[in-house]
Design a protein around this ligand. Structure first.
Ligand code: ACM
Ligand code: ZN
Length: 393
């Protein structure tokens, strides 16, 4: 799949391909070789990995349709084929689900925007007095993006996070938190939040099922990303409903409760013909191996997942997180973690299978570079951080 051969001779150019995507990539290679003249020769090419992803976080900062289309063009030019669209966060809910209008009514607008250049963490938040939002995509916007991606042989994988990173949803539906009295606004600060979905509340679980129903109706792709990262267990430990669920199911602890959540939505989405993918924290409670694991912390978690029999998509904080500084002089932009580094050389040397046995390597679907947007204010800021590391990736 996606392979092609390009024969360039004085008399003309011939393309042979395994499928339409291959022919599309042959044209991209021809474009890279030169628009007016190309050197004679043969290129035989096919991807080492079927998942060649780019993730955009639109929860923290929203970029909008035109920027997204530009990014899809750039992805296609570099033969990336999975657009992982991070649409829900503590700081913003960016997908309008008309059946549940409160989600964008409350979840897509923060009372204040972070001042340009502030890191926006609890100790370093300065607001500029202007509301941030409402910013979200309508179903028509999403259909337009999906059509644009399809023309470029890009699959769109929406990420709807559960059970953590969900403060914007809880702004709309505070009844689904463990604790009463949450504010009706998304989180203003960057950082991991204690407030998560109440896993002991059947109504909360049913609500998420209905959200996924609507997401599946809109997105035709095979995969749904269910998040699962950075879910503190503090509220679950205190919550009578969550504790009752643990007891009723005979679970060992709160990690196993998260594994139950993962398994529940994996099964639910499997019945709708979809595969779930979740960040590597989900490994802690031993969820079913049907769930694809998205490695982002240390490589050892990707290796562990593959050895346990999960298919794996590999990212890495210091290798493919292009929201981390690359370490160039006079970098004018702001970073959430200014001391961390992900150099161009690191991005180029990245091997998603590093340290894996041959058996584990078979489970590697591919790799993904990520743009988290806590400190990405606009398209210029985004472009500076993404390129040239994404070329190297
Ligand atoms: C992540 O960076 N929290 C997946
Ligand atoms: Zn609870």
């Amino acid at each position: 799949p996606e392979g092609y051969r390009l024969d360039i001779a004085p008399g003309g150019v011939k393309v042979a391909s395994a499928d339409d995507a291959g022919a599309f990539y042959a044209m991209k290679t021809l474009k890279q070789l030169g628009t007016k003249a190309a050197p004679c020769g043969t290129v035989t090419d096919s991807p080492a990995f079927r998942w060649r992803g780019f993730m955009l976080d639109e929860g923290r900062h929203f970029f909008g349709k035109e920027t997204v289309k530009g990014l899809l063009d750039q992805m296609a030019d570099h033969k990336l084929n999975v657009f992982h669209w991070h649409l829900t966060e503590d700081q913003g809910w960016r997908i309008d689900i008309p059946r549940f209008p409160e989600l964008v009514k409350y979840g897509s607008v923060r009372p204040e925007s972070p001042m340009h250049g502030c890191r926006g963490t609890k100790g370093d938040f300065r607001g500029n007095g202007q509301p941030y939002g409402p910013y979200f995509y309508t179903p028509d916007d999403i259909r337009e993006i999906l059509a644009y991606a399809k023309e470029r042989f890009i699959t769109v994988v929406p990420e709807i996070e559960v059970p953590g990173h969900i403060r914007a949803l809880l702004a709309a539906h505070p009844e689904f938190a463990c604790k009463e009295g949450l504010p009706r606004v998304p989180c203003m600060f960057n950082g991991v939040q204690d407030e998560v979905l109440c896993a002991g509340n059947d109504d909360a679980i049913r609500f998420m099922e209905q959200v996924y129903d609507e997401v599946c109706a809109l997105f035709p792709g095979a995969y749904i990303h269910i998040g699962g990262d950075e879910c503190p267990k503090k509220r679950w430990k205190e919550c009578p409903k969550c504790q009752a669920r643990i007891k009723a199911l005979g679970l060992k602890d709160e990690d196993e409760l998260q594994a139950w959540v993962t398994r529940h939505f994996t099964d639910y989405l499997a019945k709708k013909g979809r595969r779930t993918i979740g960040w590597d924290e989900i490994l802690a409670g031993n969820p079913g191996t049907e769930t694809i694991v998205h490695n982002w912390r240390k490589p050892k978690y990707g290796i562990e997942a593959a050895e346990k029999g999960h298919d794996v998509v590999v990212s890495g904080l210091g290798m493919t997180y292009f929201s981390v500084p690359q370490g160039v002089a006079d970098d004018p932009f702001t970073y959430l973690s200014p001391k961390m580094r992900c150099s161009l050389a690191k991005a180029y040397s990245f091997d998603p299978c590093a340290g894996m046995t041959d058996a584990a390597k078979k489970h590697v679907l591919g790799a993904e570079c990520c743009m988290w947007s806590e400190c990405v204010w606009n398209e210029y800021d985004l472009s500076f951080k993404l390129w040239p590391r994404a070329f190297a990736f």
